[in-house]
Design a protein around this ligand. Structure first.
Ligand SMILES: NC(=O)c1ccc[n+]([C@@H]2O[C@H](COP(=O)([O-])OP(=O)(O)OC[C@H]3O[C@@H](n4cnc5c(N)ncnc54)[C@H](O)[C@@H]3O)[C@@H](O)[C@H]2O)c1
Length: 254
């Protein structure tokens, strides 16, 4: 499929995981991909692999965010797709009773303030073009409570969800679509390592997933490519769940 032929896509957190899988998928579908990451080796290797452009930027920095869209525009002539995906879930973000203010604030900055900045500075390009698609990465924990808490992470993703909905509504008549992507747990190297060490911890989570496994990053990327494309032309302001049925489940199959 070449649904994104000639479109310019800016992906934050493109060096790893969901961002990397999406950079690959966007490039396969014909987009010019701007790979943004704080980590230079992984970001530049992603850009090289997909024949795109690497921009080293910290998404919590206003000047970095302004610069990354300016660079995308100067290089390719438009900003058609913004996939605001960079995020963290550090171990010191835990139960509310354990989580300190520093950890709380760091996670809010990287996961929520960054999405505010990325939307704030992508939208004016899209207004001038009269079209654009923004996909903000939230999580299934934005719509469900977890007893294995990461309190600032969950609150940040709830913020991403509410902000995306509001922006989707506000800019709908200017041809700009804004959706929140809510992935379920994804099979990443970190997750594999964690669960290999502690099978009980893995089982506690797997039991809630009707499909019976974690997602592959490429499955999340496929949903992002759909939301970015004109196939999703009537989808905006949505909480787009790609969660293997977790949020719909009461009793799961044995
Ligand atoms: N992996 C999952 O199970 C899962 C589930 C639901 C939602 N999510 C969300 O999906 C997104 C991507 O997750 P992932 O698992 O692919 O993560 P990842 O850790 O594999 O990749 C995140 C990338 O973001 C970059 N990054 C971190 N802070 C940055 C900053 N300040 N500026 C620029 N880049 C920065 C990192 O260098 C890294 O390359 C995150 O928002 C995460 O919360 C992940």
């Amino acid at each position: 499929m070449q649904r994104l032929q000639g479109r310019v896509a800016v992906i934050t957190g493109a060096g790893s995981g969901i961002g990397l899988a999406t950079a690959r998928r966007f490039a396969e579908e014909g987009a010019h991909v701007v790979c943004v990451d704080l980590d230079e080796p992984s970001g530049s290797s992603a850009a090289a692999e997909v024949g795109g452009l690497f921009v080293k930027a910290d998404v919590t920095s206003e000047s970095d965010v302004i610069r990354m869209y300016q660079t995308a525009f100067d290089t390719y002539g438009s900003v058609d797709i913004a996939f605001n995906n960079a995020g963290i879930s550090p171990p010191d973000d835990d139960s509310i009773l354990e989580t300190g203010l520093d950890a709380w604030r760091r996670v809010q900055e990287v996961n929520l303030t960054s999405v505010y900045l990325c939307c704030k500075y992508a939208i004016p390009y899209m207004q001038r073009q009269g079209k654009g698609s923004i996909i903000n990465t939230a999580s299934f924990v934005a719509v469900m409570g977890s007893a294995t808490s990461q309190i600032s992470y969950t609150a940040s993703k709830g913020g991403v969800l509410a902000m995306s909905r509001e922006l989707g509504v506000q800019f709908a008549r200017e041809g700009i679509r804004v959706n929140a992507l809510c992935p379920g747990p994804v099979n990443t190297p970190l997750l594999r390592e964690l669960f290999a060490k502690d099978p009980e911890r893995a089982q506690r989570r797997l039991v809630h997933i009707p499909v019976g496994r974690f997602a592959e990053a490429s499955e999340i990327a496929a949903a992002v490519a759909f939301l970015a494309s004109d196939d999703a032309s009537f989808i905006t302001g949505s909480e787009f769940l790609v969660d293997g049925g977790i949020s719909g489940a009461y009793v799961t199959p044995l």
